[in-house]
Ligand binder design. Sequence first.
Ligand code: ADP
Ligand code: MG
Length: 317
Amino acid sequence: ATPAATMVGTTLGAQNGVLFKGGDVLERAKDVDTVVFDKTGTLTKGEMELTDVVVFDGDGQPLADSGSLATDGGQLTAAERLSEDDVLRLAAIAESGSEHPLARAIVDGAKARGIDVADPDDFENVPGHGIKANVNGSEVLVGNRKLLRDNGIDPSPAQETMERLENEGKTAMLVAYEGELAGVVADADTVKESAKDAVRQLQERGVDVMMITGDNERTARAVAERVGIDPTNVRAEVLPEDKSDAVESIQTDGRKAMTVGDGVNDAPALAVAYVGTAIGSGTDVAIEAADVTLMRDDPLDVVKAIRISDATLEKIK
Ligand code: ADP
Ligand code: MG
């Protein structure tokens, strides 16, 4: 573009909260044929809330009665004697040292129910899978199916409960206590108001819209459905370090992908994309790696960025 056209586009962008890092990207944006949205914090608000606590008996059946189990069962194991509040308290203690939004929601949810949340004796973050903690000498795990399997615990008795919650678009996490499945807690996030419109406007332009997330397949699909993204365009259970590979593989057939993300996790995926876009209150790392920064938290500004690129190039002709 001519310097004058670049100036016009850059100014138009700035007036709309769309910051282009140079004239190059201002030109490239109009050619984007695929937009890959990160789920959490990008299509959703990223404000998780605790929604469910389910206790299991020894056979993996959710307990109808949420109170404490009868104490006369001599063979009851530790996990079988837990109440709903016990499960939530253990999960919250285990998560109290974690900054993860899923962890914050569990801790806040427990406190809101009047549960006293102490610190664990020790805890370990297992990125993309969950948390492993020592609470009063007992091991507590909170996380996905793989976390339990990797620690020798079979998560399958909880499958029906997990699926039910995930089909509602919630992130369901297994809680294990002393080597046994003890319960499930779930967090939910809300989809941003304009996410659906943004997806539709991109699709109307002929842009293929995709979603990438570390969250499980079922939750991811439920959220995708809500915003109008085709289930086959969902890449779920992608580990933080694999997000950039996922974007590269999408681009192997010559696609020109714009990735849109907000988190530290997303920076590598923004860096390898044809156009990397950081959204809203995005972290400094994401903004640094991005070609475009959207000042607002609004997915519709993704469409705006592409339209400004169109308009700038029209001025050149
Ligand atoms: P996202 O891409 O949505 O930010 P992550 O890669 O951080 O997801 O995590 C992927 C999955 O691992 C989560 O959906 C959850 O099941 C599990 N997980 C990660 N961190 C935690 C945690 N602190 N507590 C419980 N589960 C966790
Ligand atoms: Mg994330």
